[in-house]
Design a protein around this ligand. Structure first.
Ligand SMILES: [Fe+2]
Length: 306
């Protein structure tokens, strides 16, 4: 009697644990499939780029000015020799093209993607650029001739300096900030010194800087009308209703990841999600945080006079 009772009690226990294992494995399988589909889908989506259009009104220009912004290309290519990117920019008919930094990778020494692209884009419109951390490190630690080489490919690279540029019937003042938050007050010819000595202007002041996080504090109330930035890579992984979750400059829950932000002093801060990716965020060469729900982006800003 006792033995029979013991057998009856042990059988259901085995069944329950097996059912639990099956549920656990099913959940794991579903998660693996979902992760695979998300990564695979993102890989396919990220092979192409989207175009974002913004309009910003300014009473300091006398005609509309179309500016195309490229950021964080990191030597990526869309079509053979970037033919898709070049064709799209040509069809947009910009007055000015700006590079907001990190167009190449400091470590691989491959300039050909950037130089070939610049040769072609300079036939469409003048190109102005600021340093990203990759260009600046390349220049400082590997190749002091980088700036001259880039300029030989028709890109004007500005660094903590200002330049008045005629566009149609308007003159705009382009300024470029090279320093990140840590370098801002201390680098040689630093940005703070440059800005403190910058004369007031009636021209529309447009700032190129790789680092949008400068608009948390350092670049507020500097009479900048519009700024073009990159660096955040859209926050790498974008969640619906929440946005990007990580940027190299701000860490988790960054303030600046994509779009146009209104900040103190009346500046419109345009942040591109960028066109490429890098291993900078992980700090491990060749290992990148994937871009998920974060398609590479070309930004178009129409500065409108009315
Ligand atoms: Fe970047």
């Amino acid at each position: 009697m006792g033995k029979a009772k013991e057998k009856k009690n042990s059988a259901p226990k085995k069944k329950r644990s097996f059912r639990g294992l099956k549920i656990f494995l099913s959940v794991v399988l579903v998660l693996v499939v979902l992760a695979g589909a998300t990564l695979g889908g993102s890989y396919l989506v990220n092979r192409n780029f989207t175009v974002s259009f913004y309009q910003i009104t300014s009473d300091k220009v006398s005609s509309n000015i179309r500016i195309v912004e490229l950021a964080d290309l990191h030597n990526s290519e869309f079509g053979e020799n970037n033919s898709k990117l070049i064709a799209k920019i040509k069809s947009l008919n910009p007055d000015l093209i700006v590079y907001a930094g990190d167009m190449m990778n400091e470590n691989d020494g491959n300039y050909s993607v950037l130089f070939d692209l610049s040769d072609k884009l300079s036939e469409i419109a003048p190109i102005y650029a600021c340093y990203g951390n990759n260009e600046l490190d390349r220049q400082l630690f590997y190749d002091k001739t980088f700036k001259n080489q880039l300029e030989a490919h028709n890109v004007t690279l500005l660094s903590n300096e200002a330049r008045n540029v005629e566009v149609g019937s308007s003159v705009i003042q382009l300024i470029a900030i090279s320093d990140n938050v840590k370098q801002f007050d201390v680098s040689t010819n630093n940005a703070k010194k440059f800005l403190n000595n910058l004369e007031p202007t009636d021209n529309c002041r447009i700032c190129l800087t790789h680092y949008p996080e400068l608009f948390n504090e350092k670049l507020l109330n500097r009479n900048i009308d519009i700024a073009f930035c990159g660096h955040a890579h859209g926050g790498q992984i974008r969640l619906p209703y929440f946005g990007g979750i990580y940027s190299t400059g701000e860490g988790f829950m960054p303030n600046f990841t994509e779009g146009v932000y209104d900040v103190s002093g009346g500046t419109k801060v345009v942040v591109s999600r960028g066109l490429g990716n890098s291993s900078e965020a992980t700090g491990i060469e060749g290992i990148e945080i994937p871009r998920i729900n974060n398609q590479p982006e070309l930004v178009v800003v129409d500065v409108c006079w009315y």
